[in-house]
Design a protein around this ligand. Structure first.
Ligand code: PEP
Ligand code: MN
Length: 348
């Protein structure tokens, strides 16, 4: 249930409503918008009588939210959430480009990729140090050494860092180095990890699970929001379907659906959703056309030698082409790419 306060409700009236919610054994989550404050009533599924709140002064309306996700819902937060990553805004009119290798492999590979993606207009460097691999015999990542290399790349380039944590135990070390914590598809429903990452004090990128419905995905976002983290970014990365020609099937539908259901920004990962570099640029264009708030792209200087996901990694030159193309598509749908001051490529 949400309680919509009148636009001129006083702080004392809001406090009274919060105290009443808590007195009934629920938690109150405040969303203070520009126009008005909305109080979310969060708790178990016991029915609450709206009559408890309707007569209170300063209350405009009481609505029950039938969806199972509440804090993630548009009803609770009608305006788009813009996630602030130390001054870099995700979810506003400007689209963010995150790019880098699937895995951090060594210093040269990471720094070469970081400089290349920066030159083409990326503002966030991706790279896994803890890798969720389907086989225990595949490269598992460099661990903390990989995180140190990411920090070095940030220092050299000014790019921000996104990297994955796979378990609650890894969250502190990842949070020590990262600007955004990535939660991978395989862990979308690892609820202890969601809580731990949600509490780390950093923005979280939540990838959609391989077989997850949009509702399940938003319920996982609800876990992050429910521990008090409002800086959540969703990432569509393709779902399993009967089609085996591509690694996954890009659910382009999910972008406008999520934007209708939720206020959270949503970006697209066309690398994992296609699994083949040949299709990454076309699907990236489609995602931006559909309204995605950004892209996360795998780039490797030498994909044939990559220790993970080489088949879907773009060479830096192709990544530069992709950025040029999605810049045009963004303009066609009334948006822009974030143009960091270091790119010389901003067309007139
Ligand atoms: C990745 O980003 O390299 C990754 C493992 O992604 P996903 O969790 O979407 O498979
Ligand atoms: Mn990968």
């Amino acid at each position: 249930m949400i309680i919509i306060m009148k636009h001129d409700a006083t702080q004392a009236q809001i406090d009274y409503v919060v105290a009443k919610v808590e007195g009934l054994g629920y938690e109150a989550h405040l969303s203070a918008g520009q126009e008005r404050t909305i109080v979310g009533v969060i708790g178990d599924d016991r029915p609450i009588d709206p009559g408890n709140f309707q007569p209170i002064q300063g209350v405009e309306n009481v609505l029950s939210i039938l969806k199972p996700f509440k804090l993630a819902s548009r009803e609770m937060h009608p305006m788009d959430t813009v996630v602030d990553v130390d001054g870099l805004l995700i979810g506003g009119n400007e689209l963010v480009i995150m790019a880098g290798p699937c895995s951090v492999e060594n210093r040269d590979q990471l720094l070469e990729t970081a400089h290349a993606v920066k030159e083409s207009g990326a503002t966030i460097l991706r790279g896994g140090a803890f890798k969720p691999r389907s086989s225990p015999y595949s490269f598992q990542g460099l661990g903390e050494e990989g995180l140190e290399l990411l920090a070095e790349a940030r220092h050299e380039t000014g790019l921000k860092i996104i990297t994955e944590a796979m378990s609650p135990e890894q969250v502190p070390v990842v949070a020590k180095y990262a600007d955004i914590i990535q939660l991978g598809a395989r862990n979308m429903q690892n609820y202890e990890l969601l809580r731990a990452a949600g509490r780390a004090g950093l923005p979280v990128l939540l990838k959609r699970g391989l077989m997850a419905t949009i509702e399940e995905w938003l319920m996982s976002a609800e876990y992050l929001l429910s521990v008090g983290n409002e800086r959540i970014i969703l990432c569509e990365r393709g779902i399993r379907s009967f089609e085996s020609y591509t690694r996954n099937t890009t659910d382009i539908n999910a972008i406008p659906v999520v934007q209708e259901l939720s206020h959270l920004p949503v970006i697209l990962d066309p690398s994992h959703s296609t699994g083949k570099w040949e299709y990454v640029t076309a699907v990236a264009r489609a995602g931006v056309a559909a309204g995605a708030d950004g892209l996360i792209i795998e780039v490797h200087p030498n994909p044939e030698e990559a220790l993970s996901d080489g088949a879907q990694s773009l060479r830096p030159e192709r990544f530069a082409e992709l950025v040029g193309q999605v810049r045009e598509v963004a303009r066609a749908v009334g948006r822009e790419l974030i143009e960091p001051e270091w790119t010389s490529k901003t067309p007139a």
